[in-house]
Design a protein around this ligand. Structure first.
Ligand code: HEC
Length: 125
């Protein structure tokens, strides 16, 4: 019984933090574009070290740092089979509890995030 109450409290605290973080995230939205540049490396490839910082701030809350967390109904990104164009669409438009990001992130950031999300998959295509 005590254990169960503890779990419930942990869950409540998690939900409260999620709500608070979402408010903070939506307020700071316009700054995210400038705060997290995703400039490509010299050979034209996406610099994943930069994109990871953006992912950690905007996505890890629900999807976890490794992509496997399924908070708030989030899909396990390590098991996802969506093609890249659909991933871009999902990040831009959102779905269910996932918020749309097209107004807070640049197209370049969304494209880089999609490339990054594909690297989280356990089975690489
Ligand atoms: C508030 C929680 C939340 C945040 C923040 C969030 N997502 Fe999601 N995400 C979800 C949920 C919930 C789904 C499942 C939507 C559905 O299909 O019903 C999802 C689905 C996805 C999918 C589709 C996976 C599949 O195979 O269907 C991708 C890709 C994705 N998210 C990437 C991201 C990226 C990248 C970010 C950061 C920019 C992000 N998400 C931020 C909750 C979130």
């Amino acid at each position: 019984m005590a254990v169960q109450n503890g779990r419930r409290r942990t869950r409540l605290v998690l939900i409260a933090s999620l709500a608070a973080l979402l408010v903070v995230a939506s307020c700071g939205g316009s700054k995210t574009r400038d705060q997290f540049p995703v400039s490509s490396t010299d050979d034209g490839k996406v610099d994943f070290a930069l994109v990871k910082k953006l992912y950690d701030v905007k996505c890890a809350l629900c999807h976890g740092y490794d992509g496997a967390q399924q908070f708030a109904g989030a899909k396990d990104l390590t098991q996802s089979v969506l093609p890249k164009n659909e991933v871009v669409l999902r990040i831009s438009e959102g779905k269910g509890t996932m918020p749309p990001h097209k107004d807070v992130l640049s197209e370049e950031q969304i494209d880089a995030l999609a490339d990054f999300v594909l690297t989280l998959r356990s089975t690489q295509p």
